[in-house]
Structures are given as structure tokens and as C-alpha cells.
Unconditional design. Structure first.
Length: 255
């Protein structure tokens, strides 16, 4: 999932600033390392029958922590703040299906590959309360899921290939003491019953920044994403109940 087009998402805050004609009063860029794992279930309809959940770990042999580059950029427009971040994961595994998965029969051994890219873009308005700043706004998570399961014996293959957009209300809170700043971001959407993209989405990110120099800082953080939703891939219905979580660390500049 390290295709060059994904790296363009890192530039979204700057592009938003350029097209708005606003002059930024602050800019920060961060580069780091993310260690994330994916847990939960996947399901794919079989011959028109209802899709049955398959454990990511038990059925497909996935779920170990995987490393990824992590990118984040933020533009402060003197009230409005635009932020973008992204990471991507790739994992291979082997497991045994617990039930039918598309055309693959229950009980067959499979080898699997998961490619998952996650990008987040938010637009919020800073409200300075003195000790802390809060910033209500909107955000959009973009999930690019490319999952393949191949039967080891007969070579049968099933795939889920989909890109989903999840716009949701958003709130960021930020406070600091001396050279340390604590940032928390939360987005949530319950889209149950709203067409093909029904389900719930939760995205929480917490970060601690240490500023030893005026323009440079180091950071460590934690990210949790919950996706309980359904959609279509290649004309087949599929469902996800995934939890993506882990930690990030790195450094950045701010001016």
C-alpha cells in the first residue's frame, strides 16, 4: 500500500491552504514510525447466502503488529486548522476458514494478504480557553482495503478491494505545560441504515509532544480505530468489524 498516490494525502493541508487563499500563521510537519495491529472479523457472502464473520487471527493467520511510516501535517490559518495524517499496513498469514468465505469452503486452509491504507483529514476551529484549546470541526477517514485469501490446495481465490470514506464530527483538545504538549483527537460516526456504507466508525488519537527547541519536537502517541461496517466489492456483499490500534513515535518541525 505504499503507492505514491497515498503520499499525496500528506499534502492535503497545504493544498487546502493554497486553494483557500489564506495565509497560514503556523505550520507543522511530523514524520515517524507506527506499529499497528489489525484485529476483528471479515465476512464475504457465499453464493447469495449471508456473510459469516471470520476471525482475522484464527481464519486468516493475521493480527500481528506491523510497522509503517507515519506522516502528519498541520496548517494553522489563525483560527481554522487543517490537519492530515496517514499510514499503511501490509501483512501475510496462513489460517483455516471457520465458515464459507465467498466461493471458498469452510475448513479449507488459506494463505492471506492484507493491505490497508488509512488517511485522516480534519478541519476544525481553535477556541483558546487559556489553559487548553478545543477545536470542534469535521474529519474524514479514508480506508483503502485490499484483502486476498487463496486456498492452499486447489488455488481458489477471493478478494475484497474497496475504498471507503467516513466523514464524521470531530473534536480536538490541546494543552501544555512548559515544553510538553498533550493533544487528543476524537471522531465518531453512526451511519447505521444509511445505504451501502452503513455501520459505525470511531477514531481516537492521543499524542504527547516534547519541544526541546523552538522549531523542533519529538512525539509519541496512540491510535485506535474501530470500523464496524458493510459494503460491496466486485458485486458481493462484505462486512468488516475491525479494530486497528497501536503506537506512533517520531519527530517534527513547527514554525
Amino acid at each position: 500500500m505504499s503507492h505514491p498516490r497515498w503520499k499525496l494525502l500528506f499534502l492535503l493541508p497545504l493544498l487546502a491552504c493554497a486553494f483557500s487563499g489564506c495565509v497560514p500563521v503556523g505550520f507543522s510537519a511530523q514524520v515517524g514510525y507506527a506499529s499497528m495491529n489489525v484485529g476483528g472479523d471479515l465476512a464475504l457472502e457465499s453464493g447469495g447466502a449471508a456473510a459469516i464473520d471470520q476471525g482475522i487471527d484464527s481464519a486468516f493467520g493475521l493480527g500481528d503488529s506491523q510497522g509503517s511510516p507515519y506522516y502528519r501535517a498541520q496548517v494553522d490559518l489563525g483560527g481554522p486548522v487543517v490537519t492530515g495524517s496517514m499510514f499503511w499496513l501490509r501483512e501475510d498469514g496462513e489460517g483455516q476458514l471457520q465458515d464459507a468465505f465467498g466461493s471458498l469452503s469452510s475448513g479449507v486452509p488459506v494463505e492471506s494478504r492484507l493491505d490497508l491504507g488509512v488517511a485522516k483529514v480534519s478541519a476544525a476551529y481553535d477556541i483558546d480557553l487559556g489553559v487548553v484549546k478545543i477545536a470542534p470541526g469535521v474529519m474524514c477517514d479514508v480506508f483503502a482495503l485490499d484483502f486476498t485469501a487463496r486456498e492452499l490446495v486447489l488455488g481458489g481465490r477471493e478478494e475484497i478491494d474497496d475504498v471507503a470514506f467516513a466523514p464524521m464530527p470531530f473534536l480536538r483538545a490541546e494543552g501544555g505545560l512548559g515544553p510538553v504538549t498533550v493533544v487528543g483527537e476524537l471522531g465518531y460516526l453512526d451511519a447505521s441504515g444509511l445505504g451501502d456504507r452503513n455501520g459505525t466508525f470511531l477514531d481516537f488519537e492521543g499524542m504527547i509532544e516534547w519541544h526541546p527547541l523552538p522549531m523542533a519536537h519529538a512525539f509519541v502517541g496512540y491510535r485506535y480505530i474501530g470500523v464496524d461496517a458493510s459494503g460491496q466489492s466486485g458485486g458481493d456483499d462484505f462486512a468488516t468489524d475491525l479494530q486497528i490500534q497501536g503506537w506512533v513515535l517520531g519527530g517534527g518541525i513547527r514554525f
